[in-house]
Design a protein around this ligand. Structure first.
Ligand SMILES: [Zn+2]
Length: 219
């Protein structure tokens, strides 16, 4: 059974995905991770990806389709999708691609208020040296701009400045809402209140996945 995890930037999708992967046997398609890796590549595709994400924009459906095809050819089992699909075109493409692979069984939507999202995202800083992540509100470094762990310089990702965040949330609203309505009509949508603590959110997801018939690792 394939699963889609939907949530606006800052909803904690990645964290929930990691918890799901620790409990259930699924391959992980993380659009964010895959695109960030591609962006580091010195290729035409890499440069295009880097330029697009630095502007806080999304990749074209065609480019994403190419990346999905590549991933599917390398991963045979069930998959959890995070950060893809983002619009109805992509939903149609993914459904077609998975038609001989049990389709899309469940769509988990993490619903979080816009105010919470903006605060969470624009307060995140990352160490340039070791990659440690801080939150200026909930988990600030001891010294401003300096990593506790290694003394490296802390920076804010280009797509997490307040302006970029605002743009990303607007894109999310505009493109993702129709998709959410679509899955709701199909009956595969599971809405989770993402304003709760991480572990409470995960308990709801875990219960739902077990109920849907997904086997726990080692069970
Ligand atoms: Zn560091």
């Amino acid at each position: 059974m394939n699963i889609i995890l939907i949530g606006p930037p800052g909803s904690g999708k990645g964290t929930q995905a990691q918890k799901i992967l620790a409990d259930f046997d699924l391959a992980y398609f993380s659009a964010g991770d895959i695109l960030r890796d591609l962006a580091k590549e010195d290729s035409a595709l890499g440069k295009q990806v880097a330029k697009t994400i630095n502007q806080g924009k999304l990749l074209s459906d065609q480019l994403m389709a190419q990346i999905i095809r590549d991933f599917l050819s390398k991963n045979q089992g069930s998959i959890i999708f995070d950060g893809y699909p983002r619009n109805l075109n992509q939903v149609v493409f993914l459904e077609e691609s998975l038609v001989n692979r049990k389709g899309i069984g469940l769509v988990i939507y993490l619903q979080v208020s816009e105010q919470v999202l903006t605060a969470r995202l624009s307060s995140r800083v990352i160490c340039r040296n070791c990659g440690a992540v801080y939150n200026l509100i909930t988990n600030p470094p001891r010294e401003k701009g300096i990593c506790d762990a290694c003394g490296g310089e802390l920076y804010q990702r280009n797509d997490e400045t307040p302006e970029a965040v605002k743009k990303r949330l607007a894109i999310f609203r505009q493109q993702t809402r129709p998709m959410i309505d679509f899955f709701k009509e199909k009956g595969s949508l599971f809405i989770v209140d993402g304003n709760q603590p991480i572990k409470d959110i995960y308990q709801l997801i875990r219960k739902k996945l077990i109920k849907t018939g997904l086997a726990l690792i080692g069970a």
